[in-house]
Design a protein around this ligand. Structure first.
Ligand SMILES: *Cc1c(COP(=O)(O)O)cnc(C)c1O
Length: 395
């Protein structure tokens, strides 16, 4: 089938929720994707922060293949070995607590919000409130749309799910002021991804932790995008010495298979009891096998260290471009999560890069976003950013 036929099928039979680029990728290997004509693309987006180990990472492929042959799904009416082992592995490399598995980032945040509400109800709060940040992004379900501090995500879906209060990001006094007797939790991304790659400073994260502890309010960190090695630690909060009460993760966890999760401190986690929350698919043997291979690779195969090192190189190269092109206003990020804010629209640049064989995207209209595989080499960074340089030089 030709690409034009597939586009026509898509337009006819799929609900139009996306603006798609006219490319069909047919295979991937390491940092590269290939289209139907075998054209090669350097992947600096990783399927929106999912393929952190690149495409076809051998141990992940092996563990998926092995599990597919044995068993895919049984439901949570039964004990699932892979789920229990995965939880133990994540806890060992994060903090003492307990996990719940679901299928996506939005679902992980939904679970966190439900848990925070139960925690508040048990404290006698009848109308619990959760403080989130402006420009945050927490998902597309009704509760997470309400949690998201962006009007454009909420528009048309009013009345919004109640109980959220938005404060500017990176502003501790705004949180101090917003907390009241009804506050159940503060929920933030350590680095805002969809909102334009805004980095929460270590002082900010530590300050938020401090305020939450003093006021008896839960700290929920949404690490759906920053998690699983993206910033050079397994989780971004690990660049500081704080711990959240609830940590949410998804995107890169399953190496491309859909899985999300929360990890909660035991006293918090215990507010969920049988019957309060559930999912049919969540934590099935297949997605958990994949996730175990992903976490193993990240912590045991030097990938976090390599991400930190290459991340510094990536930053240096982006800053060189910033020095060269006056329309680049700011370069922000950590590890291998970077944003380049322009003083103009970025859509055409993204399109031109794609034509030239480099995959990036743009958030908030004018922030080019880079989420390359954590296994990327210096050579591939050079190659990708040379394409970007060429495209920028024509602006
Ligand atoms: C992508 C993302 C989500 C939503 O994840 P889905 O799997 O698309 O539901 C939530 N929070 C953050 C920070 C994200 O980047």
């Amino acid at each position: 089938m030709s690409i034009n036929e597939i586009i026509e099928l898509t337009d006819t039979y799929l609900i139009s929720t996306y603006n798609r680029f006219p490319v069909i990728f047919t295979r991937g290997k390491g940092c590269y994707l290939y289209d139907e004509e075998n054209k090669e693309y350097l992947d600096f987006l990783c399927g929106l922060g999912v393929n952190n180990l690149g495409h076809g990472y051998p141990s992940v492929v092996y563990s998926i293949k092995e599990q597919i042959e044995k068993l895919l799904h049984v439901s949570n009416l039964y004990y699932i070995a892979q789920q229990a082992k995965l939880a133990e592995l994540v806890v060992k490399h994060a903090f003492a607590g307990k996990m719940f598995f679901c299928n996506s980032g939005a679902e992980a945040n939904e679970a966190a919000i439900k848990l925070a509400r139960l925690y508040a109800k048990d404290k006698g709060i009848t109308h619990p409130e959760i403080i989130t940040a402006q420009k945050s992004f927490h998902g597309r379900t009704l509760a997470t749309v309400a949690a998201t501090g962006q009007k454009k995500v909420q528009k048309g879906f009013e009345p919004l799910f109640a109980g959220f209060n938005y404060v500017p990001f990176q502003d501790l006094s705004a949180i101090e002021k917003a907390i009241n007797d009804s506050t159940a939790a503060v929920m933030i991304e350590p680095i805002q991804g969809e909102g334009g790659v805004h980095v929460g400073s270590p002082e900010y994260l530590m300050g938020v932790r401090d305020i939450c502890t003093k006021r008896g309010v839960l700290l929920i960190l949404d690490e759906v995008q920053t998690g699983l090695g993206r910033t050079g630690k397994l989780f971004c909060y690990q660049h500081t010495d704080i711990e959240p009460d609830i940590l949410t993760m998804a995107k890169a966890l399953g190496g491309g298979l859909p899985i999300g999760a929360i990890l909660a401190k035991k006293q918090t986690a215990d507010h969920f009891v049988p019957g309060t929350h559930a999912t049919t698919f969540g934590g099935n043997p297949l997605s958990c096998s994949a996730a175990m291979a992903v976490v193993h690779a990240l912590v045991n195969e030097g990938i976090l260290e390599s991400c930190q090192k290459i991340g510094l190189y990536f930053e240096e190269k982006l800053r060189e471009l910033q020095g060269k092109y006056p329309f680049i206003q700011e370069v922000r990020g950590k590890g291998l999560m970077w944003g380049m804010e322009l003083n103009k629209e970025g859509a055409q640049i993204v399109k031109d890069c794609l034509d030239q064989g480099l995959i990036i995207n743009c958030t908030m209209g004018n922030v080019l976003r880079f989420l390359p595989p954590l296994i990327i080499s210096h050579h591939e960074v050079d190659k990708g950013l040379a394409i970007l340089d060429k495209v920028l030089s024509k602006e």
